[in-house]
Design a protein around this ligand. Structure first.
Ligand SMILES: Cc1cc2nc3c(=O)[nH]c(=O)nc-3n(C[C@H](O)[C@H](O)[C@H](O)COP(=O)(O)O)c2cc1C
Length: 174
């Protein structure tokens, strides 16, 4: 297995927690994206990037494009944390297609987290309040939508260390 570094963008702590777990499993350090200038990325064979999902987009994902251009030969892995259930295959696929560069072959992993209203910024709280109203108005909600709406009523944390196993196996087999 190659030496790796984890770079993450986290607003309410979920991605930071997953980055720490991944670092513990792989023996790599994790750094917030705001400190990336202090990291010598060229010293690592593998760069793992993670961020929270916001309306389908992974927070800070531009880092991946920039890094691919700067270090075209480096291996990269992307993970996203989100409130959508782990088994919501359609949402996970949408996040992948909206964020992973086409034909890049970059491995992508989705890790369920939750909502933390206590740490959420004001504007984010407003966006979520609007999303709740809109989701509430959807007629004939499927099970997944009903589950999501119920979950959004308060803070919750469905993150689990077990969910990182596929990512860890992928990295270890490289
Ligand atoms: C404004 C906003 C938009 C969000 N959009 C999505 C989304 O589209 N899909 C999803 O699964 N979770 C969504 N979430 C939940 C976050 O992705 C989830 O809380 C994430 O783990 C936050 O990561 P962080 O705490 O590391 O910033 C959203 C949260 C906020 C505040």
């Amino acid at each position: 297995m190659e030496n790796c570094v984890i770079i993450y963008q986290s607003r309410t702590g979920f991605t930071e927690k997953y980055a720490r777990w991944i670092g513990e499993e792989l023996g790599g350090e994790s750094y917030p994206l705001c400190n990336v200038n202090l990291v010598h990325l060229d010293e690592y064979d593998l760069i793992i990037f993670g961020g929270g999902v916001r309306a389908g987009k992974i927070d800070g994902i531009r880092f991946v494009d920039k890094t691919c251009r700067q270090f075209p030969d480096k291996k990269i892995v992307i993970f996203a944390t989100g409130a959508a259930p782990q088994n919501d295959a359609a949402t996970v696929e949408r996040v992948r297609s909206m964020n992973v560069p086409k034909n890049s072959g970059i491995p992508f992993f989705y890790l369920q987290s939750g909502f933390n209203y206590e740490l959420m910024q004001g504007m984010d709280k407003i966006i979520i309040a609007i999303a709740k109203v809109m989701l509430g108005r959807v007629k004939n909600k499927d099970g997944m939508a009903r589950e999501m709406l119920a979950a959004m009523q308060g803070s919750y944390d469905h993150s689990s260390r077990e969910l990182i196993e596929p990512l860890i196996s992928c990295v270890k087999s490289q």
